[in-house]
Design a binder for this molecule. Structure first.
Ligand SMILES: C[S@@+](CC[C@H](N)C(=O)[O-])C[C@H]1O[C@@H](n2cnc3c(N)ncnc32)[C@H](O)[C@@H]1O
Length: 252
């Protein structure tokens, strides 16, 4: 990882035969002319070459990744996380607090906090999640969900006094506790109803120029989410750009 400008993440979703997949990817890179055989990125269903991979020269970001991204998936989604860091830095020039709907282990948010020295910003970071899996629901069941996760996330943010870790269902919890003005909004719940519910409550509070990042907007299994969100924004005169990282991006 990080060798000669290349970045080799290991996590790909939907691969049936990892051995032949790896061999084929190697075949792709072997067939590139030598002067382009750099700037290689693998992971998170992206295979690229000849890219600057500029996030690798972002020292605070890479230090935060080294400190907090421990699993193959967390390391492989680095390009997505770099997009979040960009949106968060943009947020520092806008009025309001930071919000993540669906924080799970809090890894992306913690990386953001370190990258932008969040404590110095004077803002609050609202982190929402169910933390426990509601039996029988149609939510994506994340492996670490369970009775201990809330406390683990609270502990992860113990050095960020203005991080508020909030347990409960979106959109209901947003009516109980949420900021009036928002500078950065990340929506990542892998589920149509709460994602649209979050937009219904929070979008009008996003400051002009604030960025909204819709995770998984470009991933095929979440097509229904993409369609609902595209429609929701189109009805309000906004367009969503699908990034190669599979995030949807809107600038208010
Ligand atoms: C993919 S994970 C989030 C990953 C996290 N944003 C990150 O970058 O590491 C999706 C999370 O959404 C949460 N979630 C799903 N539906 C929810 C709801 N209605 N209210 C609150 N959280 C929800 C799940 O509990 C799960 O932890």
């Amino acid at each position: 990882m990080g060798d000669l400008g290349n970045y080799f993440g290991q996590a790909f979703f939907g691969v049936a035969n990892r051995e032949s997949f790896a061999k084929s990817v190697k075949g792709v890179f072997d067939s590139i002319s030598a002067n382009w055989r750099a700037g290689i990125f693998t992971g998170d269903n992206l295979i690229t070459y000849g890219k600057n991979l500029s996030f690798q020269i972002d020292k605070p970001f890479m230090a935060a990744i080294a400190a907090h991204a421990t699993t193959d998936v967390e390391k492989s989604i680095i390009w997505r996380t770099a997009v979040l860091a960009w949106a968060a830095r943009n947020g520092l020039r806008r009025e309001g607090d930071f919000v993540e709907c669906g924080c799970y282990r809090g890894i992306s948010a913690r990386i953001i906090c370190d990258t932008i020295n969040f404590n110095a910003s004077g803002r609050a970071f609202y982190l929402y999640d169910l933390f426990e899996y509601p039996e029988g629901s149609n939510h994506t069941r994340m492996p670490d969900m369970g009775p201990k996760l809330f406390d683990e996330v609270v502990e992860r943010f113990s050095s960020i006094p203005k991080a508020h870790v909030i347990k409960g269902s979106i959109p209901e919890m947003l009516h109980v506790r949420s900021p009036e003005k928002i500078a950065f909004l990340h929506i990542d719940m892998n589920s149509v109803a709460p994602e649209i519910g979050a937009l219904e409550v929070l979008f009008e509070r996003v400051s002009p120029g604030g960025v909204i990042v819709l995770d998984d907007y470009g991933y095929m299994p979440y097509r229904a989410q993409r369609d609902a969100e595209w429609r929701w924004f189109a009805e309000r005169g906004y367009d969503v750009i699908e990034l190669p990282t599979s995030q949807g991006l809107v600038i208010k």
